[in-house]
Design a protein around this ligand. Structure first.
Ligand SMILES: Nc1ncnc2c1ncn2[C@@H]1O[C@H](COP(=O)(O)OP(=O)(O)O)[C@@H](O)[C@H]1O
Ligand SMILES: [Mg+2]
Length: 266
């Protein structure tokens, strides 16, 4: 079968909002739906998938592949617990920036890999425009406070400028009664579909156990929210022309939006 993977970038403008947590658990949820998933730690400055999953330092990672020192095929780590393939981060001596042509070469090779989904964990900020054409969808992760939402709106506008499909995930909702309302979020984002993931103590627990939430408690509110997002993407496997079900998907996101806010620990 010669179908291209569906590439999802998990992005944010601010750090510490839950990108890595969402990326890992979305990967796990898609694997539970029997998809083949490759997770890539592109956060060269503070790569942390290893830390989240208790993986010890290995050899080549994202940096070595992008700079042409290693091949993707020889640099894959398999997280055996769930059969998840990962391109890990590796230490850099200094802050790294890559040339657009290096990135284009990397991503053009990446999308030839035999996976249903490729999930990119990223560092905070705008992504290089050169890679826009390799992305099928950007999940913009935000916390429900106005500085994070406002900067996420900028990232959404950037995606729109580059004609990249994007959606918003409000993570850690239900934690504070002062969080931004659904109405105000909608006002800021216009027609961008969004869903919320509740604040859940299972997340720090999973971090301390160095396992995906999915392997600890699939029935937790956090896992249930991720599961719903994964189900939406599941409809998309192998369909890299996402125009056909776009409308349907937006409807679905709206239906499940903010259910988490009600169930979170107030
Ligand atoms: N839904 C959640 N509920 C509780 N804690 C969360 C949730 N999402 C993320 N966290 C915590 O927030 C911190 C940052 O998460 P992380 O995924 O590393 O963010 P990022 O990759 O954006 O820097 C971690 O300590 C994580 O456990
Ligand atoms: Mg991270």
């Amino acid at each position: 079968m010669d179908k291209k993977p569906f590439v999802i970038m998990v992005a944010s403008q601010k750090g510490g909002v839950g990108k890595t947590t969402v990326a890992i658990n979305l990967a796990a949820a898609l694997i539970y739906q029997d998809y083949k998933v490759l997770l890539v730690d592109t956060d060269v400055d503070s790569f942390s998938i290893m830390e989240h999953l208790g993986i010890q330092g290995v050899g080549n990672g994202f940096k070595e592949i992008v700079t042409g020192k290693a091949e993707i095929e020889n640099s894959l780590f398999v997280y055996q617990n769930i059969d998840l393939a990962i391109i890990l981060g590796s230490p850099a001596d200094e802050s790294m920036t890559f040339k657009p042509e290096q990135l284009v070469k990397f991503y053009s090779q990446l999308v030839k890999q035999p996976y249903d989904f490729i999930i990119l964990d990223t560092k905070p900020g705008m992504f290089p425009s050169a890679i826009a054409r390799y992305l099928n969808d950007v999940i913009i992760v935000s916390t429900p406070d106005s500085p994070s939402i406002a900067s996420s709106a900028k990232l959404a506008a950037y995606c729109e400028k580059l004609k990249v499909s994007r959606r918003l995930v409000i993570n850690r909702s239900g934690y504070s009664k002062f969080e931004m309302s659904k109405e105000d979020t909608e006002k800021m984002f216009g027609d961008v579909a969004f869903v919320s993931i509740p604040e859940d103590k299972i997340v720090p627990e999973s971090l301390s156990k160095q396992k995906p939430v999915y392997l600890i408690d699939r029935g937790s509110p956090f896992a249930a929210a991720i599961d719903q997002i994964a189900r939406v993407y599941g409809l998309k496997a192998g369909d890299t022309d996402n125009s056909s079900v776009k409308a349907k998907r937006r409807g679905f996101f709206e239906k499940i939006a903010w259910w988490g806010a009600k169930d979170g620990n107030k």
